[in-house]
Design a protein around this ligand. Structure first.
Ligand code: PMP
Length: 435
């Protein structure tokens, strides 16, 4: 093994932390990883530094949130104005900027509501769909992730034998009624969706999906698939919800819906839209969102519409809008160059890799050919991708879980060079570990 980074200080910290925090990590998904966590102390642009003095090219970006990179001057200065400011109880003067930007750029956005986390806002979207339609059943898809809440994480018994397949089974912890209301279908199988609408006529409140199955390995919808689901929802008076917690802002200011040209009834945004500040958004068609006005459905939370979060959204849009074409083109160019360097090294080392999904939230897989389904990803490939990630980290390339790499607007050719110097060692380690 050629791991070049020693993480003694991080390990010491982790040993202490474990005495307080069962599992020693903040996410159950991270506990599955074998490595000890890294303790960071500084960040700028695309780079992070840990307490042992190691430098990392950050493709994790706090699970994709820090889309402007770290310590972005303009963003930090705007946010700084609100740190130590009064905690406004009701409304404050510049909250309209966030609302205006969302309506301007997100195709389905006629009205908005705000939350703090992705999970919370997805739950609100599902509740709204149920209240609006007076129906209870929700169609979801294997491999798509919608957050850490019982109705979103539940899966059926088949999955117990395939523990890698998301949504995860949390046996014994989930109310039994959830089983009846969740229709879990395979992604990209239009007949399955058509059949569900036939079998449960006038019972389906909503179809919820990641419009690109990023959590399922980066699998795009097949041609015509989204359009047909759109049509089925319209014809059956069901609500189409896009979970754009990852793809929103990342695939362009209008998210996946503007790139794929299918407009949902509701969509949720989180992560990148707040630039690293915890905030989430529910956007949607006015007649559905008006259910809040009539009081037929409740959405509430101490920190909803929190000053810092709404300021962050306004600032993220403002910063990106000024140079939007440049930022997106530059990220795509740099990510393509990262791919070329990756493939070159993989060829040299004789290690199988492929990449797929949108360039700004791309998955690196330990396979030679593109994965066609979420099933192909789950299991062995997901496991190997996790090992690959550990090897990347040992060489200063910080990927997100499994082995996803998130772009940020600061990426330059320097980052490609940094990546190029380290990738061969990382792949050699992976090839030793996985042989
Ligand atoms: N939806 C998607 C598509 C996600 O990727 C995530 C988080 N990874 C969530 C929802 C949940 O968001 P949060 O972790 O902020 O609750």
């Amino acid at each position: 093994m050629k791991m070049i980074y020693s993480r003694k200080q991080s390990q010491k910290h982790h040993e202490l932390l474990k005495t307080f925090l069962p599992g020693g990590k903040y996410s159950s998904y991270a506990i599955k990883d074998s490595s000890s966590p890294i303790v960071f102390c500084r960040g700028k642009g695309s780079r992070l530094w840990d307490v042992d003095g190691n430098e990392y090219l950050d493709f994790n970006l706090k699970s994709g949130s820090a889309f402007l990179g770290h310590a972005h001057d303009e963003f930090s200065s705007v946010l700084g104005d609100f740190i130590g400011a009064p905690f406004f109880a009701d409304h404050y003067s510049n909250e309209l900027a966030a609302c205006r930007y969302l309506r301007q750029y997100i195709p389905c956005c006629e009205a908005v509501r705000f939350g703090l986390s992705g999970t919370e806002i997805v739950l609100n979207a599902v509740r709204l769909a149920r209240a609006y339609t007076h129906r209870s059943k929700i169609i979801r898809f294997y491999g798509h992730y919608h957050g850490n809440a019982d109705p979103l994480i539940y899966s059926n018994k088949v999955l117990i034998e395939r523990p890698f397949l998301r949504p995860f089974v949390t046996e014994g912890a989930i109310d039994s009624h959830i089983e009846n209301d969740n229709l879990l279908l395979p992604w990209n199988d239009i007949e399955a969706v058509e059949k569900a609408f036939q079998d449960y006529t006038e019972q389906i409140a909503a179809v919820i999906m990641e419009p690109v199955a990023v959590n399922g390995g980066g699998i795009y919808p097949k041609e015509g698939y989204l359009e047909r689901i759109r049509e089925l929802c319209t014809n059956n008076n069901a609500i189409l919800i896009f979970d754009e917690i990852i793809t929103g802002i990342r695939m362009g200011l209008g998210g996946a819906q503007s790139v794929l040209k299918v407009v949902p009834d509701l969509c949720v945004l989180g992560k990148a839209v707040g630039g690293g500040i915890p905030v989430s958004v529910l956007c949607g068609k006015m007649d559905i969102m008006n259910a809040y006005e009539s009081g037929r459905v409740i959405q509430a939370g101490t920190f909803n519409g929190y000053t810092l979060g709404l300021t962050a959204i306004g600032s993220v849009f403002q910063i990106i809008e000024k140079h939007a074409d440049n930022y997106y083109q530059n990220m795509e160019r740099v990510m393509k160059n990262i791919c070329s360097v990756l493939f070159e090294s993989a060829k040299k080392v004789g290690f199988p890799v492929s990449v797929q999904g949108p360039l700004t939230c791309m998955s690196i897989h330990c396979t030679e050919s593109e994965l066609k389904s979420v099933d192909e990803f789950d299991g062995k490939v997901r496991f190997m991708d996790g090992v690959l990630r550990e090897c990347f980290i040992g060489h200063g390339i910080l990927n997100a879980y499994t082995s996803r790499i998130y772009a940020n607007i600061n990426l330059t050719e320097d980052d490609v060079e940094f990546f190029g110097k380290r990738i061969t060692g990382a792949l050699e380690d992976a090839s030793l570990l996985l042989s």
